[in-house]
Ligand binder design. Structure first.
Ligand SMILES: NC(=O)c1ccc[n+]([C@@H]2O[C@H](COP(=O)([O-])OP(=O)(O)OC[C@H]3O[C@@H](n4cnc5c(N)ncnc54)[C@H](O)[C@@H]3O)[C@@H](O)[C@H]2O)c1
Length: 327
């Protein structure tokens, strides 16, 4: 059993989203009071259904770009888990101004409000996109390249602000660079749906998913429960050298898009044999995409005690089971 945070007052921004709602659920289960700040731009009310009536849960409908909303949300809070952002590389290429407003402007407002409220620690969702065009594999935290997308820039700028705020104001921060997270409640709909829920939905509808490129691009797909574990540990870390750092949060294994497709097809096909005959359609590569991504998780193992419980196969079995029951 991993160590869990309990008996604290927690703010999860973006708590109605995929990762945020899983954090809210876990923090409530481990005995915390949880506030969620969300504007429902990509998050969903149904993601909060399981706990909206819980007396230890409070929803603040507001926007991280609006400083009074940030101030209200951090009142009396011990730990902030900042997840609110506009995800997706293609979205940021289409509309870089809104991505920058939310992901940088909103981030700084949340960070400043947290500093003013003297929260114990500000833990935030960083991203593997920060590695940009750096060719090394596996990715180690201190070696990053030039960003490949506006989204990647926003996430790197957040890290710079967090490091700077720690130095000049003394606020404790921890950045978690998530690598392609998947699992229950990840949205399979819309133009910017992530690859795993999109493949699952297409196959369940007996349609052929489109793979961008030739399917040889690879990612370190990370099951949501590993991410939840890393967030608990980031708050619990007491060693000074573990704080004001960024960490890769992944499983540390690489899967190509072709391998991913066949893994999902087999799992969806277990209960629907027609699916086993569907093959992917190949389309052009997408601008801003990194060809390969694989994390070294040594730093998180060493300084946080991170020990991911699910590999991709175990996580995918859980995720597909959830989609079969909920789509
Ligand atoms: N999913 C991944 O694979 C992945 C990988 C790397 C980093 N991240 C980061 O993790 C975080 C969570 O991602 P997710 O996949 O759960 O995305 P998501 O879209 O499901 O969740 C984001 C949440 O933030 C809320 N939000 C957006 N703009 C807001 C604003 N202006 N004010 C208040 N709330 C706002 C949305 O409504 C949503 O509930 C993001 O910061 C994202 O950049 C995710």
């Amino acid at each position: 059993m991993n160590r869990v945070l309990s008996g604290c007052r927690i703010l999860v921004t973006g708590g109605a989203g995929f990762i945020g709602s899983n954090l809210v659920e876990s923090f409530l289960n481990s005995g915390n009071y949880v506030v969620c700040l969300d504007n429902f731009s990509t998050g969903k009310r149904e993601n909060l259904q399981g706990f909206i009536k819980n007396r230890d849960f409070r929803l603040i409908e507001g926007d991280i770009r609006n400083y009074p909303d940030c101030e209200k949300a951090v009142q009396g809070i011990d730990y902030v888990f900042h997840q609110a952002a506009l995800g997706s590389v293609p979205r940021s290429i289409k509309d870089p101004m809104t991505s920058a407003d939310v992901n940088i402007g909103g981030f700084v407002k949340m960070l400043f409000a947290s500093k003013e409220a003297h929260v114990r620690r500000f833990i935030y969702a960083a991203s593997s996109s920060t590695y940009g065009d750096h060719p090394d594999l596996p990715k180690v935290e201190e070696k990053i390249g030039n960003p490949l997308s506006p989204y990647g820039i926003t996430k790197y700028v957040d890290e710079l602000f967090a490091t700077n705020f720690a130095a000049i104001y003394g606020i404790e921060t921890v950045g978690l660079r998530y690598f392609n997270v998947f699992g229950r409640r990840q949205d399979p709909m819309g133009a910017y749906a992530a690859v795993i829920p999109l493949f699952v939905r297409k196959l369940m509808q007996h349609e052929a998913p489109v793979i961008n490129g030739d399917g040889s691009y690879s990612r370190d797909f990370t099951y949501i429960d590993n991410v939840v574990q890393a967030n608990h540990l980031a708050a619990l870390a007491t060693n000074k050298s573990a704080v004001n750092q960024v960490y890769n949060v992944a499983h540390g294994e690489r899967t190509t898009l072709n391998e991913l497709f066949y893994m999902i097809r087999e799992l969806v096909g277990e209960t629907d044999k027609k699916v086993l005959k569907i093959n992917p359609v190949y389309g052009p590569s997408r601008a801003g995409d990194i060809p390969h991504s694989l994390a070294s998780i040594k730093k998180a193992e060493r300084l946080l005690g991170y020990n991911p419980s699910y590999n991709i196969k175990q996580g995918m079995a859980e995720a597909v089971r959830w989609y079969k029951a909920n789509l």
